[in-house]
Design a protein around this ligand. Structure first.
Ligand SMILES: NC(=O)c1ccc[n+]([C@@H]2O[C@H](COP(=O)([O-])OP(=O)(O)OC[C@H]3O[C@@H](n4cnc5c(N)ncnc54)[C@H](O)[C@@H]3O)[C@@H](O)[C@H]2O)c1
Length: 358
């Protein structure tokens, strides 16, 4: 497939290929939409097997960012950058600064942040060449680690789910199965414990498991066993694709609400959840706390303002569930519709913001 065909199939605005022969930098920056504002999305540093795979990943992720930011009510578009190569071997100051210059050439149409293979330290290096960087540490005027904000948003979403299912947002004595207790999962377990919930956890990282178990009294189960746990809410907080052919029929929960990206391995898993009477809270609505927090950097970061915005996730989710009910569609489809409607509706009156910080 040619590049124009790939870009056009999902109506992306622009794709920039950048190269630096000295450092070996090969980057693809995909801008899906700037209708609502600058395209914000992280830099993924990964040894892609081919340029085509890298392009496809950049295009897919950029579109996902458009939807996530639009549905979260942010004045941001969607973009994503990939750097082809193993970050352990090819990452150098020269490469990152050359990459920063390429971002700078876009004049603010694309704003970067951390993603797989990139670190906060990398963002500091990139910021020497361009102002269009977010996810900087507190000491640099940034918002620091987004994970606590993401966990805050997930907890709010769970309260919304509880209210919808059981008529009360009280999570005390509810049992939540948390798959993955890394940065977001462990912060979520802490918040759930404070809310009075019981947690059942799994992880491949034994130290992470022991930490939450001793701190919060979580019950530990195996990484395959988590799908059979009888619980009120299952919270995928590890890798994508947790809901798949092997797991969807096993779940013994009333709802799925978690932080992981791309929780449904294929869209039809959403239908299978629905047919089993399990309420699915769409991942990109639930896990928007991180991007909401990062977006606040563009106004000069203030955690209270960011937290207030993160707390809107519960209301955003309510609108998605209402739309799904009214139109008899799956919540995941309703979430995409909400995002597209906002891009079309607000995007058309927001043109003056293009290329500028909101
Ligand atoms: N960090 C954020 O602010 C943020 C924002 C939005 C979405 N997300 C998504 O949330 C998820 C978690 O993010 P994170 O920042 O906490 O990552 P993390 O790497 O800190 O934590 C992930 C945890 O999952 C564990 N894990 C890996 N494979 C597993 C398996 N098969 N079973 C159980 N546990 C497994 C890892 O050992 C790790 O402890 C990811 O999918 C991420 O893309 C994170």
């Amino acid at each position: 497939m040619g590049v124009f065909e790939a870009i056009g199939s999902d109506t992306h605005e622009e794709v920039l290929y950048g190269h630096d022969s000295v450092s070996g930098l090969r980057t693809i920056i995909a801008i899906h939409s700037t209708a609502l504002g600058p395209a914000l999305g992280g830099t993924r540093f990964f040894p892609y097997e081919s340029e085509e795979t890298a392009l496809r990943d950049a295009l897919r992720l950029a579109k996902g960012m458009s939807y996530k930011s639009a549905a979260a009510g942010l004045d941001l578009g969607g973009g994503k950058a990939v750097i082809i190569g193993d970050p352990q071997t090819i990452k150098t100051e020269r490469l990152l600064r050359a990459y920063g210059r390429i971002i700078d050439s876009l004049g603010g149409r694309y704003i970067t942040a951390e993603d797989v293979g990139a670190t906060t330290a990398d963002m500091i290096t990139i910021s020497k060449e361009t102002q269009w960087v977010t996810g900087l540490p507190d000491a640099y005027g940034g918002s620091g680690d987004p994970s606590p904000a993401t966990a805050r948003g997930v907890l709010g979403a769970m309260r919304g789910v509880a209210e919808r299912l059981w008529g009360s947002d009280d999570l005390s004595d509810r049992t939540i199965a948390v798959q993955g207790v890394g940065k977001v999962g462990s912060s979520l377990v802490e918040r759930l414990t404070k809310a009075g919930a019981k947690t059942v956890v799994c992880d491949v990282n034994e130290a992470a498991l022991q930490a939450v178990s001793s701190e919060y009294g979580s019950i530990i189960v195996g990484i395959d066993e988590i799908f059979d746990v009888e619980c009120d809410i299952f919270a995928p907080c590890a890798m994508g694709g947790a809901i798949n052919d092997h797991t969807v029929e096993r779940l013994r929960c009333a709802a799925v609400t978690g932080a992981a990206n791309n929780q449904l391995e294929t869209p039809d898993q959403g239908d299978r959840l629905a047919s089993r009477g399990i309420l699915y809270a769409p991942d990109f609505i639930v896990n928007a706390g991180g991007i909401i927090n990062i977006a606040d950097e563009m106004h000069g970061y203030d955690w209270r303002r960011a937290a207030t915005a993160v707390d809107q996730i519960r209301e955003n989710l309510r609108k998605v569930f209402d739309k799904a009910d009214q139109q008899s569609i799956h919540p995941y489809v309703a979430a995409i519709e909400v995002a597209k409607e906002r891009i079309a509706g607000i995007g058309s009156i927001n043109l003056r913001r293009r290329g500028h910080r909101p």
